[in-house]
Ligand binder design. Structure first.
Ligand code: HEC
Length: 100
């Protein structure tokens, strides 16, 4: 393989990786939008439901796992937490922690 071919292959792989990262981002934002119907626009609470914007990630992830297992009592969150994988919860934790 000559140098030019090698470089263009690397370029294509790079583009694919960027594409996968962007798709993942959209996926997490789409999930987060469903949370915001109750937790407020941008994750900022407007009522009695807890704030998610700027939430400590470790607390967020632990809360979601505890809702799933039933260790954290709640009215509706067990249903919401149960629908998502650990990887999605981890990414949601990053996303909400990043919101100001
Ligand atoms: C139907 C309304 C509703 C939706 C949708 C919803 N939540 Fe909640 N959430 C609540 C309520 C109410 C509580 C308080 C605990 C309970 O009663 O279940 C809560 C609590 C939480 C807590 C605990 C916060 C704390 O300070 O203790 C986290 C974390 C959380 N929700 C994350 C999410 C995420 C992530 C989503 C989206 C996947 C989501 N919620 C979707 C209503 C909702």
């Amino acid at each position: 393989m000559n140098k030019q071919v090698t470089l263009s292959c690397a370029g294509i792989i790079g583009l694919c990786l960027v594409g996968v990262a962007a798709a993942e981002d959209v996926h997490i934002r789409t999930i987060a939008a469903t949370c915001m119907t109750c937790h407020g626009p941008g994750g900022k609470s407007v009522g009695k439901n807890p704030n998610l914007a700027g939430q400590n990630k470790a607390f967020f992830v632990q809360s979601m796992k505890d809702f799933k297992s039933g260790d954290k009592p709640g009215t509706i969150m067990k249903r919401h937490a149960s629908g998502y994988t650990d990887a999605e919860i981890d990414a949601l934790g990053d996303y909400f922690a990043s919101l100001k």
